[in-house]
Design a binder for this molecule. Structure first.
Ligand SMILES: O=C(O)Cc1ccc(OCc2ccccc2)cc1
Ligand SMILES: [Zn+2]
Length: 253
């Protein structure tokens, strides 16, 4: 019988999928690629629009009608425009990330979603193309309070329920980047429907630190709309997918 995902009520596997995400990154199997460039990030904090609980995660969305917030370099052939960022997390600190490193889960993972506006006219079209999207993944680990994240955390009670949105007009996602430039990269997919194989993943080696209260703030969000029986928004990560015929490259030795 078809196994449906508890969260999405859609098939858990893509028939014929050869580059699905997330995956385990086995550090010793990754291959250093000296031709990988440093990742260039230039975000304009004024392009921030709002925070939205879409029933899977909370998304911070950006005005992507111009090239004001972009990434370039790294493994990318073009510059890509920032569309939104969101997180995946667990009910407890033992798991929550989508990717793992040597089979280790982090308590949460940040995804900054960008699309190739040089080649494709809209995000929706880019989502269907092999070089359409570039997602930066940043692991969150338990440690010191993250001051930059706190402005986001303070806004979460206003988007507790599915389909609630609040204006959020200035935020610089660069503050969520770790200081170390090292990353892994591989060809993968969306980890939520439509699961299309259109993502160049750029996974930062160094996690950022957040404290327990900040993780708990994520866990008080709800999958459910106001008036429905409350279901806490936790464990919103997809199971690991087979590596198949892929190599994970590293920007570092
Ligand atoms: O960050 C990830 O989990 C990958 C990911 C990237 C993009 C994404 O977009 C969903 C979406 C697809 C088509 C139209 C509207 C929204 C969904 C997931
Ligand atoms: Zn994601």
């Amino acid at each position: 019988p078809k196994i449906l995902h508890p969260l999405w009520q859609s098939p858990l596997t893509i028939p014929g999928g050869t580059r699905q995400s997330p995956i385990n990154i086995q550090w010793r199997d990754s291959v250093y690629d000296p031709f990988l460039k440093p990742l260039k990030i230039s975000y304009d904090p004024a392009t921030c629009l709002h925070i939205w609980n879409n029933g899977y995660s909370f998304l911070v969305e950006f005005d992507d009608s111009t090239d004001r917030s972009i990434i370039d370099g790294g493994p990318l052939e073009n510059q890509y425009r920032l569309k939104q960022f969101h997180f995946h997390w667990g009910a407890i600190n033992d798991w929550g990330s989508e990717h793992t490193v040597d089979c280790k889960f982090y308590p949460a993972e940040l995804h900054l979603v960008h699309w190739n506006a040089v080649v494709y006219p809209t995000f929706e079209e880019a989502v269907m193309e092999g070089d359409g999207l570039a997602v930066i993944g940043v692991f969150l680990k338990l440690g010191a309070r993250h001051e930059g994240l706190q402005t986001l955390v303070d806004a979460l009670p206003a988007v507790k329920h599915k389909d609630t949105v609040i204006e959020f007009d200035v935020f610089d996602p660069s503050c969520l980047m770790p200081s170390c430039p090292d990353y892994w990269t591989y060809a993968g997919s969306l980890t939520t429907p439509p699961l299309t194989e259109s993502v160049t993943w750029i996974i930062k080696k160094q996690p950022i630190e957040v404290d327990e209260d900040q993780l708990e703030a994520f866990r008080m969000l709800l999958f459910t709309s106001d008036g429905e029986e409350e279901k806490r928004m936790v464990d919103n990560f997809r199971p690991l997918q087979p590596l198949m015929n892929r190599t994970v490259r590293s920007s570092f030795q």
